[in-house]
Write a protein that binds this ligand. Structure first.
Ligand code: ATP
Length: 275
């Protein structure tokens, strides 16, 4: 279900469904364990975790990681894009921020969960440095409201706990106020996958496809330098489409090669034969 730009869904993504990204997964899980064992943290006087920033190129699995985080912590999951807050009229963006947090609390209560995760994709659209070219007065109000809401998190003993996860591919463009302690102070870098990562991703997305015995996924992984997870998912899908066109019952190596070329052409990727 959803309400004007807010996507609400039960998360069905597990960390095992995310190929590669081992460092990111480990760091994220570590941060989430902080959340799960907050009692112990409080005893030690550790500041509660409020926000995690996922930073990396498009299509590398940031949304998947946020969804897996929701499942791992048994939280309700709300997702919204930073672009949803960009409005012509003053105050509308700030109001949307207020409503988003309210919605998260209501939803957690309704679903009888102790926690909610709010995922904001394209954070740089909403959280660009104030006073910079991209920033403009209306976004500043919106950003201020977000900071106010975040500062209020964890102050009350009652009600569901809210964790914010934001994604950006331009972490350096974010307003420094956003990444200050007590806000998005956990940075998790999500990079393009290396060869091992690409192989893991290819395996995940071919699980439901009949492969001919000639298919060498390691070879495909080798030949797809610079491809993101999203590109690799696309390769597996296109390969199956080529198989269909061939009236073949299995996807073979030829179909994969054609699919790689197609994705390369479509994205103008620079494929170098290294790593
Ligand atoms: P954007 O910055 O464009 O929002 P993103 O980093 O959030 O991108 P996702 O939305 O998580 O990327 O990934 C898009 C799709 O690509 C996923 O639904 C999945 O099919 C595939 N994908 C990306 N990364 C991975 C991965 N590490 N493992 C498996 N599939 C992946």
């Amino acid at each position: 279900g959803s309400e004007k730009g807010i996507q609400i869904s039960g998360s069905t993504v597990d960390f095992e469904d995310i190929g590669g990204q081992n460092a990111a997964k480990k760091e994220l899980q570590e941060a989430l364990d902080f959340l799960l064992y907050s009692e112990r943290m409080r005893e030690l006087g550790i500041r509660p975790l409020k926000g995690i920033l996922l930073s990396g190129p498009p299509g590398t699995g940031k949304t998947l990681l946020a969804k897996a985080a929701a499942r791992y912590t048994d939280s309700v999951y709300l997702a919204v894009s930073g672009s949803e807050f960009v409005e012509m009229y003053a105050g509308v963006g700030a109001d949307r921020v207020r409503r988003l947090f309210k919605k998260a609390r209501e939803l957690a209560k309704k679903e009888k969960k102790d926690r909610a995760i709010i995922f904001i994709d394209e954070m740089d659209i909403l959280g660009a440095k104030r006073g910079s070219n991209v920033s403009h007065h209306e976004y500043d109000q919106t950003l201020n409201q977000l900071l106010v809401e975040m500062d209020g998190l964890g102050n009350s003993e009652q009600g569901p706990k809210i964790l914010m996860i934001a994604a950006t591919n331009r972490a350096e463009a974010l307003d420094p106020a956003l990444v200050r302690p007590g806000r998005f102070d956990r940075l998790v870098k999500v990079d393009l996958p290396d060869k091992e990562g690409r192989l893991a991703i290819l395996k995940i997305h071919t699980k439901n496809k009949p492969l001919a015995s000639c298919v060498d996924l390691e070879q495909i992984a080798q030949e797809t330098y610079n491809f993101s997870g999203a590109h690799l998912e696309s390769v597996t899908n296109e390969a199956a489409v080529f198989a269909l066109r061939d009236d073949a019952r299995e996807v073979n190596m030829f179909h994969f090669r054609e699919a790689v070329e197609k994705v390369l052409l479509g994205e103008k990727l620079d494929r170098k034969p290294t790593d």
